[in-house]
Design a protein around this ligand. Structure first.
Ligand code: ATP
Ligand code: MG
Length: 782
């Protein structure tokens, strides 16, 4: 082949060219972000095909996310003269599914086997536990589900698990029964897709040899994030040490290993090098993606990690623009700043789809989505659903809808058996028939259903009715909190493996309601405070926060208004396919992608690095790799932002900027707001204001980078102290108080005089509330 003249190869550097055109033997590329790993991998496929060294059926390429697989197909599509859709290119699960569809008989599956998602899996496990008459407190279905998945990912069937004690013996028994049940019902869970295809290959020589003959070239992108079973599965297709003339190319970057929490083994890279007797690890050191400042920041940051294989990256692109850093007073202000920046980039000629907004946790997208929505900027959320479309949020909204309108059949069906209440498909079918026959709603028809199922249905409608009674007179926030509790949703997600994120989203729903109430001016009252910060009795209208509609005069409750708002925002605002839209995603789902402009938001201690990972060394290194991934997504423009205050878990929390700012080269940063030492300028300002208001910051607790603000006991200027204590004899800031409804709390602030006197009290579980002292009965304690 005349290498130099091939247009495909013309734009490669010598190292890349060598990798693309390497002889068919095992190879490992270990190189940093943006060095062209994925480009080498796809170009190699195209080159092999174009030069007739392999047919499309002889190639298998695996990558990690659906989006990356799609991206790879698109890149290939532009290099090749034929349709690439039929090629074996996809994610691990996608390819396993394809494999099992082709060999369903050998795999002992029905031809139309169904795949269980995470929640299906849990309910399947639950049924097994029930059938075995076991105590669900001791064998929590979720946890048993993880046990089973963990065994499968270790390649263990029930007979392989070491039965150390009575508990394990029972778990293994459940595992065995669960397998029987799945087999009977013709379903497989995610872990089963991998394990079943692995076993078929392992145990069936003919099939194995067929695929080994078929796939001449196997290429794996993002190899650093493979787990044990995935690596074993790959070895079935291309056994190490075999003299089969197959070529396997693994491509990865240890600095971008970000899935340890799901069993990814970065050690697979070293194992690969040894087991496949890789002669020379290919290193690519030229970065083609990012300008110098961005790359310098990435290099400097990741150099703080101790567990590294060691790589270098350089660029010829010049320094480019410095990284813009913005400190915002609140998460709303941060979102507002984002909007302005995005609009100015777009005016400057950048397509919206070349702009990505990244965040550490899904729940953070809500405030940003809301701001984009309000300013009419089309956006698309990747690697997750838009906020109001997420399952847990929809469940919660369904309960809220039922409070307002129990005859809403859609909402009824959505949650009647979620969390599970022993209401089966058969019962629901009967209920739907009964409702149809009588022309009534499902809710109205529960009485017509006999037996156990009927009794469970009645229990459900009773739950809805009693919650409705219970929430009479509550504020929107309290209603939502109550519903999350009594519906069992909170308990359900508390025991769920992936529940932490779902709980965050439910908290975020409370924040959304708070923000909505303030934005719409619901419940602005005589005292001028938002409704949910005031004792219910302060409000003049019967329904808390109810205000007459300006046009119709109709009094719409905040709940109804909020539900309407939620449906609208969940509606068709999502950018249409092909429409130019800003891209929103978590850092995890941005892996492998690149954009002209990238915003990394929420760079605050506890958020990024995430609080769950801050305390241990390995966790922190993984967070740093995640930050490295985030930074290296940017081609031309990178911005970072953080907030002084953020609504988290339904409360305003005070934040300090991420330690990662101290790990970036100062020359690469351009502070749009004044840079401060220790804690941010915002803090100093807040402190001063708080002092003037009579509440404030006690100080910082902790040391070094793990400082947290302590807002417990405010320093009060003596003059002010006297004034307030004179007026509200006995009430003292920093001391305990008792309220008839919220119980015991700590008094944080006293302000105003006479009829306008207000107190801010932290009631712990009930949150922090503002109370009008003319109405609220506060008694001092101790
Ligand atoms: P990541 O680690 O983030 O997955 P990567 O190593 O896979 O990155 P690629 O996505 O393949 O990197 O390449 C980064 C960018 O650089 C792409 O836009 C690619 O087209 C471009 N690029 C790669 N090699 C060259 C080259 N030799 N000349 C010009 N551009 C290149
Ligand atoms: Mg890549």
């Amino acid at each position: 082949v005349d290498v130099a003249s091939s247009p495909l190869l013309r734009n490669l550097n010598p190292e890349q060219l060598a990798a693309v055109t390497a002889a068919p033997e095992p190879a490992l590329i270990l190189a940093g972000a943006g060095s062209g790993k994925t480009r080498v991998l796809t170009t190699r496929i195209a080159w092999l095909l174009n030069t007739g060294q392999v047919s499309p059926g002889g190639v298998m390429a695996v990558t990690f996310t659906n989006k990356a697989a799609k991206e790879m197909l698109t890149r290939l599509g532009t290099m090749l003269p034929f349709n690439v859709r039929g090629m074996w290119i996809g994610t691990f699960h996608g390819l396993c599914n394809r494999f099992l569809r082709a060999h369903w008989k050998l795999a002992h599956l029905p031809q139309a086997f169904q795949i269980l998602d995470a929640s299906d899996t849990t309910s399947a496990v639950k049924r097994v536990i029930k059938a075995m008459n076991l105590d669900e407190e001791r064998f929590v279905p979720k946890q048993v589900g993880w046990f089973i998945a963990g065994c499968k990912e270790d390649g263990q069937r029930p007979g392989d698990v070491e039965q150390r004690d009575e508990q394990t013996r029972k778990l293994v028994e459940i595992y065995a029964n669960y397998e029987d049940q799945c087999q009977r019902e013709g379903v497989v869970d995610f872990a089963e897709l991998m394990l079943r295809s692995y076993e078929l290959l392992r145990d069936n020589q003919a099939v194995r040899e067929h695929y080994q003959r078929r796939f001449r070239h196997i290429l794996v992108d993002e190899f650093q994030d493979t787990n044990k079973l995935q690596y074993a599965w790959l070895k079935m297709f291309a056994p190490p040490g075999a003299d089969s003339g197959q070529s396997i190319l693994a491509v990865g970057d240890d600095d971008q290993s970000i899935y340890a929490f799901r069993g990814a083994r970065v050690g697979n890279m070293a194992d690969f090098e040894r087991e496949y007797r890789v002669r020379k690890v290919i290193k690519l050191e030229q970065n083609y993606r990012s300008f110098g400042h961005i790359l310098d920041a990435a290099n400097e940051l990741i150099s703080r990690n101790t567990q590294r294989l060691g790589k270098t990256l350089r660029t010829d692109a010049g320094l480019g623009d410095p990284i813009r850093v913005h400190e915002a007073p609140s998460d709303f202000a941060e979102a507002q700043w984002l909007i302005e920046e995005i609009q100015s980039l777009h005016r400057g000629g950048l397509e919206r789809q070349e702009i990505a907004v990244l965040y550490r946790s899904n729940a953070q997208s809500r405030v940003i989505e809301s701001a984009l929505f309000n300013s009419g900027i089309p956006y698309r959320v990747y690697g997750g659903l838009r906020f109001f479309e997420r399952a847990e949020v929809k469940h919660a909204l369904a309960y809220l809808r039922l409070l307002e309108n129990a005859n809403d059949d859609t909402s009824f069906l959505r949650v009647v058996n979620f969390p599970t209440r022993g209401i089966g498909a058969k019962t629901l079918e009967n209920l739907q028939d009964a409702a149809k026959a009588s022309g009534r709603s499902l809710y109205q028809s529960v009485g017509a259903i006999p037996g156990k199922g009927g009794a469970n249905l009645v229990a459900f409608t009773n739950l809805i009715d009693s919650t409705r009674n219970l929430t009479q007179g509550m504020t929107l926030r309290e209603i939502i909190e109550q519903v999350l509790e009594t519906s069992g949703l909170l308990d359900f997600y508390r025991t769920d493996k992936d529940g932490a994120e779902r709980l965050e989203n439910l908290d975020e729903l409370i924040n959304a309601a708070e923000a909505f109430v303030m934005q719409e001016g619901f419940g602005k009252n005589a005292v001028g405070l938002p409704v949910d910060e005031v004792a219910p009795s302060v409000q003049s209208t019967g329904t808390p926060g109810a205000v007459p509609d300006a046009e119709t005069g109709e009094i719409m409750s905040p709940l109804v208004a909020f539900l309407t708002h939620a449906s609208l925002e969940a509606g068709d605002n999502q950018a249409q396919a092909g429409q130019d839209a800003v891209q929103l995603m978590t850092v995890h789902s941005a892996k492998g992608l690149e954009f002209d402009a990238v915003f990394i938001t929420g760079l605050e201690e506890g958020l990024f690095p995430h609080e769950n990972s801050m305390s241990d060394h390995d966790g922190l290194e993984e967070e740093r790799r995640l930050m490295y991934v985030a930074i290296t997504r940017a081609r031309k423009k990178l911005s970072m932002s953080f907030c002084q205050t953020r609504m988290l878990h339904g409360q305003t929390r005070y934040h300090i900027k991420s330690r990662f700012f101290d790990e970036l080269p100062e020359e690469a940063l351009k502070w749009l707001t004044p840079r401060n030492q220790g804690f941010g300028s915002g803090f100093a300002r807040e402190y001063q204001q708080a002092w003037q208001r009579g509440s404030g910051l006690k100080g910082m607790v902790g040391a070094g980078n793990v400082q947290k603000a302590a807002w417990v006991e405010p320093p009060i200027p003596p003059s002010m102290k006297q004034k307030v204590s004179e007026e509200h004899g006995g009430l003292r800031v920093g001391k305990g108080v008792f309220h008839t409804k919220f119980g015991e709390g700590v008094l944080l602030t006293l302000e105003g005089t006479g009829a306008d006197a207000r107190a801010q009290v932290n009631f712990g579980r009930h949150g922090t509330k503002w109370l009008a002292l003319s109405v609220a009965k506060l008694t001092p304690i101790d």
